[in-house]
Structures are given as C-alpha cells and as structure tokens.
Ligand binder design. Structure first.
Ligand code: THU
Length: 123
C-alpha cells in the first residue's frame, strides 16, 4: 500500500466527519500488518470533551475487528495546515506500535514520520 493511496482513503473518510462544533473535519486510514485498512473520522458532541478524533476512531474500528498490529496511519483534514495527531491519539497509537508510520497531509502533499519521532520516550 502506497503512502499516497492510504492518504487518499483518509481524505475520503473525512467526508463522514461529524464536526459541527469545530468545523474541522478529520479522516484517518489505518493499515494493518496484514494489509487491511480501517478508516475513521472525528465525531464531536455537544459535551465537547466527549469528541473522538479520527485517528482513535480508526483504531477502535480495527481493534473491534480483531486487528491489533498496525503498520501505518494516514491523516487528512479540512484545514490548510499539516495535520498532526493530538497527544491522546499519539498515546493510543503508541500502545499498538511505537514505530508505526504516520503519514500527515500537508499543503505540499504529505509528511511521513515514525510515531516514535512524534512521541519520544512514550509510555
Ligand atoms: N481532531 C482529530 O480528529 N484529529 C487530530 O489529529 C486533531 C484534532 C479533531 C478533534 C475535534 O473534533 C476537531 O478535530 C478539532 O480539534
């Protein structure tokens, strides 16, 4: 699976975002070690703190389907800047694979990191 292909799936997944409060739509596409893909989007709530990010929504999808080994995640948003995973999502991803690739949509296309770069010395 190409990085760009995964990013396109993330970009498509953001169309389902429920983000009436922030207006910031996020989509994520998670690639499992055995080549499956699970997507997610952010889902907000009138009780703002109950919102779930696109990245965690994809993780919940994958784990709910019995998948726990992740190779990469791509993240896309409706914003103009590069989209990086928030701290809570970094922690949740770290649980499953600190070395997974993180593909972040950017104005010029995308940036690629290892999760361990974005979250050094994680728990
Ligand atoms: N959000 C994500 O889904 N992923 C990120 O990486 C950053 C933030 C969501 C949470 C909230 O619904 C909205 O974007 C604004 O913060």
């Amino acid at each position: 699976m190409e990085e760009l292909e995964l990013l396109k799936l993330a970009d498509k997944a953001k169309e389902n975002a429920y983000a009436p409060y922030s207006g910031f739509q996020v989509g994520a596409a998670l690639l499992t070690a055995d080549g499956e893909i699970f997507t997610g989007c952010n889902v907000e709530n009138s009780s703002y703190g109950a919102a779930i990010c696109g990245e965690r929504s994809a993780v919940v999808q994958a784990v709910s389907h019995g998948k726990r080994e992740f190779a990469a995640i791509a993240i896309a948003s409706s914003g103009d800047d590069t989209v990086y995973p928030c701290g809570i999502c970094r922690q949740v991803l770290h649980e499953f694979n600190p070395d997974m690739k993180v593909i972040c949509q950017s104005p010029k296309g995308y940036e690629v990191y290892r999760l361990s770069e974005l979250m050094p010395k994680g728990f």
